[in-house]
Design a binder for this molecule. Structure first.
Ligand code: BGC
Length: 472
């Protein structure tokens, strides 16, 4: 084994453990789709209370991601990951043993809080420990884990479908949560966060171990020099020079959710039923198929993110998402006149998932973890991610109403329209961050660069920063 592949092996191992937070995210959001059928029977639930149970996790995630950013900047990424694992364990156990509907909702909100915190801490941590040339791949392991978690939850739902034991379905999430807890006890702290705290010697040791070399002076010096004189607080986050970053991150969070991904992830059986498939088992199996396609295309995207870059994949993916949503709209519009139309709906759904998995799925998490300056990275990423959870909830809560109002075709055309705006947004505003160190991106921001220019190296060497002052 070469020196470089040995050092990569260690950083991959660390990343795989941190990405377990993503697996739990996928599992705990996906598992409810099957479990809810049996929970409804056991507790004799109205549609209103069913909706509350389903969206409790999203509410928790919105709260969790919103309130914990500053904590990640104060306590460090590793301690927050440990805390997240503990909350996941408490949430899984309390949902599985919930004696009443009230306690089930509380359990699901606790799980949501863990999902919310983990959903931004894991990609942020991964971005900070990754060597820059494989950062896209390592951060996207988190998205891969999300997709695997979703499939796993479908498989578990399917295996317990005969017995209808929803407590097992919810409770089994405790296993990856325990592995995450044990794993995070051994994770090194992010060297970038350590430099922020002034622990440069400790940061050097961690860098040496995760790069498997003693020659880390250059990377360390770049991190040291990138730290500005400002205090990382809310006023810095909302200051004028931060606006391009806020714009990019909010835009990506907005478009990742409002182009409709979770109408398929959460409602695939419903959509297939509307398309004319009437057997419930067929719908569940088709859902599993969609989950597997999601995983497969995420795997295909992993190496391409650092090779082709973020922008080409986003533009290509959004084009495919637009075509498939428009086709889905057409298939639903002419539904009933041709039996083959239901297969067009299925084919479009498959194309849509494949395109999302190769673009907005992984790249939204990646880019928002890359672009915030170190002093406020935790706060910034957490704010962007909580906005994403807000839109996730909005789409989940309005999808069926939109279908009532505009029909399935109209609804998918609305999402298709949003893909056009998303495409223009990416084309005009998203920087290519492939091959740039996090410090380079920050340096460009301090130079007053905007939008696409943020990703381009400002100069060949990063050792001479002209000034650390913010640029108004
Ligand atoms: C999104 C989730 C979605 C999942 C599907 C994630 O990147 O944030 O909302 O359910 O991808 O793979």
């Amino acid at each position: 084994m070469t020196q470089s592949s040995k050092s990569h092996l260690w950083v991959y191992t660390i990343s795989a453990f941190a990405a377990l937070a993503g697996l739990l995210f996928g599992y705990d959001t996906g598992v409810i789709s099957g479990a809810i059928l049996f929970i409804r029977k056991d507790f004799v639930l109205s549609s209103g209370s069913t909706e509350i149970i389903v969206s409790a996790v999203l509410l928790g995630a919105l709260i969790g991601s919103g309130v914990s950013g500053k904590i990640t900047d104060i306590l460090g990424r590793r301690k927050v990951l440990i805390g997240t694992a503990i909350i996941f364990i408490i949430g899984s156990v309390s949902s599985a043993f919930a004696p009443s509907i009230f306690w089930l909702i509380i359990g699901r909100i606790i799980l949501g809080i863990a999902i919310g915190v983990g959903s931004f801490t894991a990609p942020l941590y991964l971005a900070e420990i990754a060597p820059f040339h494989i950062r896209g791949l390592l951060v996207s392991l988190n998205q891969l884990a999300i997709t695997i978690g979703i499939v796993l939850s479908y498989v578990i739902d399917f295996s317990f479908a005969n017995s209808g034991d929803w407590r097992w379905m919810l409770g089994l999430g405790v296993i990856p949560a325990i592995i995450l807890l044990v794993g995070s006890l051994f994770l090194p702290e992010s060297p970038r966060w350590m430099v922020l705290r002034g622990w440069n010697d400790k940061a050097r040791e961690v860098l040496k171990s995760i790069r498997n070399t003693d020659d880390v002076s250059q990377e360390l010096s770049e991190i040291e020099q990138s730290i500005g004189k400002e205090k990382g607080n809310w006023s810095m986050l909302f200051s004028k020079w931060m606006r391009p970053i806020i714009f990019i991150s909010l835009g990506l969070s907005f478009f990742q959710q409002t182009t409709g991904i979770n109408t398929i992830i959460y409602y695939a059986p419903t959509v297939l039923e509307i398309a004319g498939f009437h057997k419930a088992t067929g719908a569940i199996l088709a859902t599993l198929g969609i989950g597997i396609i999601n995983v497969s295309f995420t795997i295909i995207a992993l190496p391409l993110i650092d090779r082709w870059g973020r922008r080409p994949l986003l533009l290509l993916g959004l084009t495919g998402m637009f075509i498939s949503l428009a086709a889905m709209g057409i298939a639903f519009h002419f539904q009933g006149s041709l039996p083959s139309l239901k297969w067009i709906a299925v084919g479009s759904m498959v194309l849509y998932i494949a395109c999302f998995a190769m673009s907005l799925g992984p790249i939204m998490w990646l880019v928002i973890s890359e672009i915030f300056p170190l002093e406020i990275r935790g706060m910034g990423v957490s704010a962007a991610v909580s906005v994403s959870w807000g839109f996730n909830m909005l789409v989940a809560l309005t999808f069926l109403t939109l279908i009532d109002l505009f029909g399935a075709s109209g609804t998918f055309w609305i999402y298709a329209g949003l893909c056009i705006f998303g495409w223009l947004f990416v084309y005009l505003a998203i920087p290519e961050t492939k091959g740039c160190s996090l410090e380079q991106i920050e340096h460009n921001l301090r130079l007053g660069k905007r939008g696409r220019d943020l990703g381009l190296p400002a100069e060949k060497t990063l050792f001479k920063y002209p000034s650390n002052k913010k640029v108004a």
